[in-house]
Design a protein around this ligand. Structure first.
Ligand SMILES: O=C(CO)[C@H](O)[C@H](O)COP(=O)(O)O
Length: 225
């Protein structure tokens, strides 16, 4: 699959979300929506009503990343509302298989996310239940943090696991993804790239997306996976 870029609106202007989403709709593949509840992570952002409102204004599918304590309760509702993809965290879900199946049944892609220190090996048997594995490359909670290189071997192991099972699971990296780090992520096996500050902190967000995608495509073509 060609690399996909999912700009995170965590770095957009929350008072102008529809306009900021429109800025990247010609070059991005997804709009990444960070739902934070101030319990699973120490930050509070937005929830289902804002996602429902944004769905009416976005030409791109919404990639909803639930950094919340009770994803089993809420995730299916994001899928039913029309999100294109809904990711729950392995550290928070109490019934991940049931929840991932509910997301898919509602017509969305199902994602499983893991924090930097959570190994992926324990989730090998869940790969058939998901469409995307999200590997956090910063501790979740805030945009603009420094990329954690220490996660790159895990990206490689995740890609190997998926390849070994011949499954169409995307590998998403999220946190500190920029012109300086995206090539290393693509080389390790990522194919979906969340970028917040690198896109919305740029003078021309649409062009920033175009450049990140070109860098990722070049690194993917040269990669061994
Ligand atoms: O999930 C997130 C933080 O928990 C954000 O999506 C992520 O940090 C994106 O921001 P940036 O690209 O600026 O690091």
């Amino acid at each position: 699959m060609a690399p996909q870029i999912a700009p995170s609106i965590l770095s957009a202007d929350f008072a102008r979300l529809a306009e900021d989403v429109a800025l990247i709709s010609g070059t991005a593949d997804w709009v990444h929506v960070d739902v934070m509840d101030n319990h699973f992570v120490p930050n509070l952002t937005l929830g289902l009503p804002v996602v429902e409102a944004l769905l009416k204004h976005s030409a791109l599918p919404l990639d909803c990343h639930l950094m919340i304590e009770d994803p089993d309760r809420w995730a299916p509702q994001y899928a039913e509302a029309g999100a294109g993809s809904v990711t729950i965290h392995a550290e928070a879900a109490k019934a991940p298989i049931r929840t991932l199946r509910a997301i898919r049944s509602a017509g969305a892609r199902a994602g499983l996310g893991v924090n930097p220190a959570t190994p992926v090996e324990g989730f090998e048997d869940l790969l058939g239940e998901i469409d995307m594995l999200l590997l956090m490359t910063v501790e979740p909670g805030f945009g603009g943090q420094k990329f954690l290189d220490v996660v790159l071997p895990k990206v490689r192991r995740a890609r190997d696991m998926i390849k070994g099972r011949d499954l169409p699971v995307w590998v998403q990296v999220d946190g500190g993804v920029s012109a300086e780090t995206i090539e290393r992520c693509a080389d390790a096996g990522a194919d979906v790239f969340v970028a917040g500050s690198a896109v919305y902190g740029a003078d021309d967000p649409a062009d920033a997306v175009r450049r990140l995608k070109a860098q990722a495509a070049k690194a993917t073509a040269a990669a061994s996976w």
